[in-house]
Design a protein around this ligand. Structure first.
Ligand SMILES: [Zn+2]
Length: 134
C-alpha cells in the first residue's frame, strides 16, 4: 500500500472528539508529542532492553481501541529491533507503527516532563476493521 492509501483508510476510521465535535486527522498529527514510557528521561526498547534517550531514533507501536479516544503506546523499539509491519493486527483496534525521534514534553501543572514522540513517519497501519479478534 502507498502512503496515500494509509492516510485514506485512517481518515475514514479515526477521529478525535472534543466538545462533541470530531476532527479527522492522520496518525502522524495525532501522535506528534504523545508521551511514551513512565520515566521522565529514558525508556526501554521492548526488543533488546536498550535504554533510549531524548533525540534517539525510535520506533513506536501506538494503538487505539475503537471505543476509546485515547491512544496508548505500549511498545517502543530501538532502530535495530523495529518490526517493518504489524504482524498480528487486532480487530477493533487502530494500530500504527511509526518511526521518529524521542523528544521531551513538559507538563506545566504537575511540573514534570516525559519523553514523547517527535519527527514521526508512518511505517505501517492497521485499521480497526483489519485483524482477528482476541
Ligand atoms: Zn532494541
Amino acid at each position: 500500500m502507498t502512503a496515500d492509501n494509509h492516510r485514506h483508510s485512517f481518515a475514514k476510521t479515526s477521529s478525535t472528539y472534543e466538545n462533541g465535535r470530531s476532527v479527522i486527522s492522520t496518525p502522524k498529527q495525532v501522535l506528534q508529542g504523545h508521551p511514551v514510557g513512565s520515566r521522565s528521561n529514558t525508556t526501554l526498547c521492548i526488543g533488546c532492553g536498550m535504554v533510549l534517550h531524548e533525540t534517539n531514533i525510535m520506533f513506536a507501536y501506538p494503538c487505539r481501541c475503537a471505543d476509546s479516544v485515547e491512544w496508548d503506546v505500549p511498545r517502543v523499539y530501538c532502530y535495530d529491533c523495529a518490526p517493518d509491519k504489524i504482524s498480528s493486527p487486532t480487530l477493533g483496534t487502530t494500530e500504527v507503527l511509526v518511526g521518529g525521534r524521542l523528544g521531551t514534553i513538559a507538563f506545566p501543572t504537575p511540573r514534570n516532563q516525559q519523553l514523547c514522540l517527535t519527527e514521526l513517519a508512518t511505517r505501517a497501519l492497521s485499521p480497526p476493521v483489519e485483524g482477528s479478534a482476541l
